[in-house]
Design a protein around this ligand. Structure first.
Ligand code: F6R
Length: 248
């Protein structure tokens, strides 16, 4: 893992957006699709703002972009303000020119009987697009990437998982109480993520300092699934000073 530290997350977010925009343009100039793995949550919001700005001011087009989101709560209705469907449309997709058919977000309305087949099909769709060119990640305080909670296997695929208690506590305020936070989610696996050709993980603020230290400096372990990124040849952690404050 290579890491870069910025005084301001705004500057860092701009540079990450610039990398994504350059990739989209370079794929476009070769007549190729650009396959992006995307995250929700507070960490990537500014990156999405910068991409929207580049679309509006520089004419950056997303017509050749295919997206796969990491995760969605289960159960979750896509029209709910708590859904990752809602989040992605509100914070990115409604403001750019990506064709709706090229957007993939796990379906939180899928039944327990259908979920395994659904997840296998999600995985196959990523493979059919040639795999992820770029995966954007945040990190949870449990060490999750996507919703790969402690115990996730290094070669796990897209599947339904049970959310960690700490993850549900961290989501409680936006759901107005932990009892409203879904107990499960669908998530891309650790293996799905680490198959991406390029990975950028964003970490902002002092609350992430401890898990960032464990992820970069600790032993690789299923107890901290993000440590599996240590084996990936092209991963960069983009951090602000607070998130990097415990690194030696
Ligand atoms: C969201 C996701 C999660 C978040 C993580 C950090 O799609 O996959 O792994 O990236 O929980 O969330 P924030 O950015 O809100 O601190």
């Amino acid at each position: 893992i290579h890491n870069v530290v910025f005084k301001k997350s705004s500057k860092a977010s701009y540079l990450v957006a610039k990398e994504i925009a350059d990739l989209i343009r370079s794929k476009n100039s070769k007549g190729e699709k650009c396959v992006l793995g995307l995250a929700t949550g507070s960490s990537p919001i500014r990156v999405y703002e910068e991409l929207i700005k580049m679309h509006k001011e520089e004419g950056l087009s997303f017509k050749n972009v295919i997206t796969f989101n990491l995760d969605e709560y289960l159960p979750m209705n896509p029209s709910s303000i708590h859904s990752y469907h809602y989040f992605m449309h509100e914070n990115l997709f409604n403001h750019i020119d990506i064709p709706e058919a090229q957007i993939h977000i796990p379906d939180g309305t899928i039944s327990q009987e259908e979920v395994n087949d659904y997840c296998a099909a999600y995985e196959e769709k990523i493979a059919a697009c040639g795999g992820l060119d770029f995966q954007l990640l945040g990190i949870g305080r449990t060490g999750h990437i996507g919703f790969n909670e402690p115990g996730s296997h290094y070669n796990s695929a897209t599947r339904s998982i049970t959310l960690d208690q700490l993850t549900r506590e961290d989501a409680a305020s936006s759901f107005l109480g932990i009892e409203n936070v879904p107990k499960k989610a669908i998530t891309m696996g650790v293996g799905t993520v680490t198959n991406a050709k390029r990975i950028v993980l964003l970490g902002w603020g002092h609350k992430k300092a401890e898990i960032i230290k464990q992820t970069i400096e600790g032993e690789e372990t299923a107890q901290i699934p993000a440590t599996y990124l240590q084996d990936h040849p092209n991963t960069t952690f983009v951090l602000d000073t607070e998130a990097a404050s415990m690194l030696t």
